[in-house]
Design a protein around this ligand. Sequence first.
Ligand SMILES: CC(C)(COP(=O)(O)OP(=O)(O)OC[C@H]1O[C@@H](n2cnc3c(N)ncnc32)[C@H](O)[C@@H]1OP(=O)(O)O)[C@@H](O)C(=O)NCCC(=O)NCCS
Length: 204
Amino acid sequence: MVIRPYVMEVPLAAQGLRGEQRVEDLTLRGRDAAAMSAMASGHAVPQFVVDDKDRPQPTRGIHWAIAHSSTMVAGVTSVEPVAIDVERIRPRADYQIAGAMDAEELDILGGDAVNAYFCAWVAKEAVLKLAGVGLPGLSRCRIKKAWSDHAVVSFDGIDYPVTFAFFSGHVAAVTGRPELVQWTFLPEDSDAELTPPRGGAVLF
Ligand SMILES: CC(C)(COP(=O)(O)OP(=O)(O)OC[C@H]1O[C@@H](n2cnc3c(N)ncnc32)[C@H](O)[C@@H]1OP(=O)(O)O)[C@@H](O)C(=O)NCCC(=O)NCCS
């Protein structure tokens, strides 16, 4: 079972959007990325059903997940539960770094503290989305092991493998073992051959 996350740059014109328009645009772009992942994986494009807490719900056995920063979106589908996160790597204050990981986790991740911060952040956020709890669970999440492109995150006593990728000043993490993950990055000027159908959210 290969997991094929798609990561797409947000065009400059769209980065200028504000308020609700911006939120809606990023959601649709994330869903476009998930639809591309579905098509590349031979899955049916999800109907993008969400529950009352905005958690993605599977349709016809296909799970999906999206994430967006103001400059990059990511989407993925899988036959098993899956979650994803993406962040732009940017300066962080010491208190922010300390809020996302402790000294032991920094040591496990190694290297530059800001890079380690964003790796810890996307890895933990992906796992917390998979668990459906979101950031309120942050303090129960720990980086247990890490390598250059993957990590093991424990949450409430369960270990979750997470795989990283770095694109144009951003880091993304998807839940799943690295040997199963094949990333696709679409920069702003790419001519994506796959044009997914756009659908609205279905609430239940
Ligand atoms: C889920 C969460 C981590 C997302 O973080 P973010 O940086 O704002 O957003 P991201 O771009 O990474 O991901 C957004 C996507 O995650 C998904 N998502 C939203 N809430 C989710 C949840 N609780 N669990 C799993 N996935 C979730 C949605 O698909 C969402 O896309 P959309 O906003 O376009 O609909 C964050 O919003 C959160 O912690 N939410 C829960 C807060 C909560 O329940 N608080 C309780 C007290 S009010």
